[in-house]
Ligand binder design. Structure first.
Ligand SMILES: [Zn+2]
Ligand SMILES: [Zn+2]
Length: 278
C-alpha cells in the first residue's frame, strides 16, 4: 500500500500515442498516457493493453453506477462463475475493496433468503399433498406442515438478514486472512491483502444458488474452485500454491475439529468409572 510511487515516467513519452507519459503500468512496465490508462488506482496503475488479458473492461459491479445495481450484480455473478480466469485477471479500478466485500455479502444473503423460500414452499406443498391424499388421521400433519411452511416463507427475509451478512463477512475475512497468510509465508503473495479479500468476496458468487434442492450443496466446491483461480491470477503464482492457500487451512481446520472430538471422546472414556465387579 505504501510502496513509493513510480515517477520514472516523468520526461518519458507514451509508446502508443507519442504524447507525454503520465504513468508506468504496474504489470508490463510500459509508459502510458491518459488515453491508455485502464486502472487509475494510485500506485497500481494498469494500461489498457494489459487489461485486455482480463475482461477488457472494469468488472460490472465496479460500474454499477452506470450499469444499474441489479444488472451489475447479476453480470458480476455470471462472469465470476463463468470466466473466472479473465474475471480475476481484470485489474480493479477502485481504491477500496469494500464494494467487492458488499457483493460477496449480498450473494450469500440473497442465496440464503431464496433457500428459506424454497424450503418453505416445499414444506407447504408437502403439507398440502398430505392433506389432499391422506385420510382424516393425517389431516393434522398436513395442517402443521402448512402452517410451518407459511411461517418459513413469511420469516425468510428476516431469517436471511439475521444469519446472512454476519456469516458472509466473517467467512470472507477469515478465508482471505488464512489464504493470504499461507501465500505470504510461502513468499508467493505478489498482490495485496485487499486483492486476496476481493478474490474471497467475489468467489462467493455460487452461494447465490444454494437454494437449488440437492445441487445447492455442491456450490461450496465451486466457491473454493473460484478462490483457487482468483488467488492464482491475483498473486500470479502457480495453481499448486493457490490451491494450498485456498484448501490447506480448511483441511487443517477440519482435522483440528475431528481431532478435538476424538480427544473429547477419549477423555470421556478415560474418566468413566471402572465397571463394577460382577
Ligand atoms: Zn501494461
Ligand atoms: Zn497512450
Amino acid at each position: 500500500m505504501n510502496a513509493p510511487l513510480d515517477t520514472s515516467h516523468e520526461g518519458a513519452s507514451c509508446g502508443a500515442h507519442g504524447v507525454a507519459a503520465t504513468f508506468v503500468c504496474t504489470r508490463c512496465g510500459d509508459f502510458g498516457c491518459a488515453a491508455c490508462l485502464f486502472s487509475a488506482v494510485r500506485g497500481r496503475e494498469v494500461c489498457a493493453t494489459c487489461a485486455q488479458k482480463g475482461l477488457g473492461e472494469p468488472i460490472p459491479w465496479e460500474r454499477r453506477a452506470e450499469v444499474g445495481n441489479v444488472r451489475a450484480f447479476w453480470q458480476t455473478v455470471k462472469l465470476a462463475m463463468g470466466s473466472p480466469s479473465r474475471f480475476f485477471r481484470t485489474p480493479t479500478t477502485q481504491d477500496s475493496v469494500i464494494g467487492a466485500v458488499v457483493h460477496g455479502v449480498l450473494t450469500v444473503t440473497i442465496g440464503l433468503f431464496l433457500s428459506y423460500v424454497v424450503a418453505g414452499a416445499l414444506v407447504l406443498l408437502s403439507g398440502g399433498a398430505i392433506a389432499a391424499i391422506g385420510d382424516d388421521t393425517l389431516a393434522p400433519v398436513g395442517a402443521v406442515l402448512g402452517v410451518y411452511g407459511c411461517a418459513m416463507l413469511g420469516l425468510s427475509p428476516l431469517l436471511a438478514l439475521m444469519a446472512g451478512p454476519a456469516n458472509a463477512l466473517f467467512g470472507q475475512v477469515i478465508a482471505a486472512a488464512c489464504a493470504h497468510g499461507v501465500l505470504a509465508i510461502a513468499k508467493k503473495s505478489r498482490g495485496s491483502f485487499e486483492d486476496t479479500l476481493r478474490v474471497c468476496s467475489y468467489s462467493n458468487a455460487p452461494y447465490l444458488f444454494t437454494f437449488i434442492p440437492l445441487l445447492g450443496s455442491f456450490t461450496w466446491f465451486w466457491v473454493v474452485g473460484l478462490e483457487v483461480i482468483g488467488l492464482r491470477e491475483v498473486h500470479r503464482c502457480g495453481t499448486d500454491w493457490a490451491a494450498a492457500a485456498a484448501i490447506g487451512y480448511r483441511v487443517v481446520f477440519f482435522l483440528t475439529i475431528v481431532g478435538g472430538y476424538a480427544l473429547l471422546v477419549l477423555g470421556m472414556v478415560a474418566t468413566l468409572p471402572p465397571a463394577p465387579a460382577p
